[in-house]
Design a binder for this molecule. Structure first.
Ligand SMILES: C[S@@+](CC[C@H](N)C(=O)[O-])C[C@H]1O[C@@H](n2cnc3c(N)ncnc32)[C@H](O)[C@@H]1O
Length: 248
């Protein structure tokens, strides 16, 4: 079982709605503060990771640890049907409201009691119609989930109590010839993952060792992302992104 439910909190829901759906001018309103340009380059993470899939239409996609769903909707641009799964009921509830065509209001926290209310846009109907969201545990997925042409797991592995359980499941989740994208900032923390389940000697070597029997590594790169906590406190992180194709 996952150890933490910080992702159920209203504060994290606000931060993730802002991270996934706010405009650049809402995350970095430079009329007020001269934010460094590297911060701007870290925006759009949910679209950039999905952008590493092949640029051709496929039938089925799976977005694991989808949070409030922006990457799931992005996958629907090139998938006939996509399932987004996350352990957080609060995140899946928000994602599903967006799937139904709702606009969601959320708070951007600036400092102390100072906050601004922002809203998502309505997601395009042609994307909403191809997406479904469900609450679930990536380490214990329902048996009848089936196989997928594309699987996306961004910034999920180091939030799992036993990430190896998911790595072992990938060969049955990804169809032969299908693509798997894993992004991880490798922020291994005891509060999420007991140290005996941390990768060794490093995350990339561990991924290769666990996946190479069934998958060919096609790409290894780095994708920055930016999560705004307040007007003057952000998480700037660099995710290590690998793209794999199932060969066996
Ligand atoms: C760091 S966030 C990343 C979310 C999203 N992929 C993104 O890039 O913005 C980690 C996500 O994993 C989810 N999560 C944690 N444990 C999980 C589990 N066992 N199964 C599915 N999702 C899980 C959390 O609820 C959270 O939405």
């Amino acid at each position: 079982m996952p150890s933490s439910n910080i992702y159920e909190s209203p504060r994290l829901l606000d931060e993730y709605l802002l991270f996934h759906y706010a405009k650049e001018s809402e995350i970095l309103p430079t009329s007020e503060i001269p934010y460094p340009s590297a911060m701007r380059e870290a925006l759009g993470f949910t679209q950039r990771t999905v952008g590493h899939f092949d640029n051709k239409p496929v039938a089925h996609g799976l977005d694991l640890g989808c949070a409030v769903g922006a990457s799931t909707f992005a996958m629907a641009e090139n998938c006939a049907a996509v399932i987004g799964i996350d352990f957080s009921h609060a995140f899946i509830n928000a994602a599903d409201r967006l799937r139904c065509g709702e606009v969601i209001s959320f708070h951007r926290h600036d400092e102390a009691m100072l906050q601004k209310i922002l809203s998502t846009n309505v997601i395009a109907t042609e994307l909403r119609e191809k997406v479904n969201f469900e609450q679930g545990d990536a380490m214990n997925l329902r048996a009848d989930l089936g196989g997928f042409d594309r699987v996306h797991a961004a910034n999920l592995l180091c939030r799992l109590t036993n990430p190896n359980d998911l790595l072992e499941k990938f060969p049955s989740l990804v169809k032969l010839g299908g693509e798997l994208i894993i992004a991880t900032p490798c922020t291994w923390l005891q509060e999420f993952t007991p140290p005996q389940h941390w990768p060794a000697p490093d995350t990339f070597s561990w991924l290769r060792k666990q996946l190479e029997k069934n998958f060919t590594l096609e790409l290894s790169t780095h994708e920055p992302f930016l999560i705004r906590e307040t007007a003057r406190k952000f998480q700037w992180s660099l995710s290590q992104l690998t793209k794999w194709r199932r060969h066996a």
